[in-house]
Design a protein around this ligand. Sequence first.
Ligand SMILES: Cc1cc2nc3c(=O)[nH]c(=O)nc-3n(C[C@H](O)[C@H](O)[C@H](O)COP(=O)(O)OP(=O)(O)OC[C@H]3O[C@@H](n4cnc5c(N)ncnc54)[C@H](O)[C@@H]3O)c2cc1C
Length: 239
Amino acid sequence: MAKIIVQMLVESVKMELPDVKTVRLQWPEGYESEFKTGQFITLYWPHKPKYKRAYSLSSCALDRGHFEVTVKRDGKMGTSIVDWIEAGDSLFVIPPTGRFLPVFDPPGKHLICVAGGSGVTPFRGFAREATERNLSTRITILYTVRTPADIIFAEEFRELAARNPRVKFHVTCTRLAPENLWDGRRGRITPDWVKSFVDDPAETVFYACGTNAMVEAVEHLVMQDLGLPKEQMKTEKWG
Ligand SMILES: Cc1cc2nc3c(=O)[nH]c(=O)nc-3n(C[C@H](O)[C@H](O)[C@H](O)COP(=O)(O)OP(=O)(O)OC[C@H]3O[C@@H](n4cnc5c(N)ncnc54)[C@H](O)[C@@H]3O)c2cc1C
């Protein structure tokens, strides 16, 4: 199907957290999309056609009939979507594009996916597709949030990890009060922490998604500290 811009009905919405919402956009009749997991769509409101913003798909290529995006209340577009959008509304959708794609072929790669805050959204698609297809690809998600209350898809990632032993989900919290009972890791993502997950550098592909600063720090770690080539590092910078 041609890459045309279409108006899509909001089929449903789900508050993942008090400031994060998943929006399911229904494909109109006859619409087909040969998109890939990890790509993003660009959205705009019918009454604001000049204001367009990109959103990574949090659904995966196996999900047909709709796109899902997961949006944080941030800035104009993020706030308008989280605070206002509801089932029955509609948005214009510029079709999926992007090269932030999981390497599932050849099989057996280890994808180390580093995310900050809402930057975890495309990795939901990675883990879902690999699990549904029972792929031999290993997916390790290293996720930095301020507190456990900021973890998006906490339940879903834990379920995927329980179903698929090749999916691992590790969280580090950066702003916890000392008395907080969180028994997971604390502190920022460090080179040593990331390196501790690398067992076979040649078969590892790194992904980083989130703020420019976080993504650039991971790029530096992979290319300078680990000395891996650019081809083994994929980035999605959100600004
Ligand atoms: C490829 C790609 C994929 C993306 N995927 C997602 C996704 O899956 N989920 C998601 O939530 N976002 C995603 N984003 C970000 C998204 O496109 C929007 O940028 C985001 O929702 C903020 O909306 P906005 O650009 O209208 O914000 P703007 O209003 O343009 O603001 C941009 C930033 O500036 C800050 N800001 C605005 N005004 C001020 C001020 N006066 N003082 C200080 N700071 C200010 C805002 O908090 C915000 O962080 C993605 C971006 C890209 C490029």
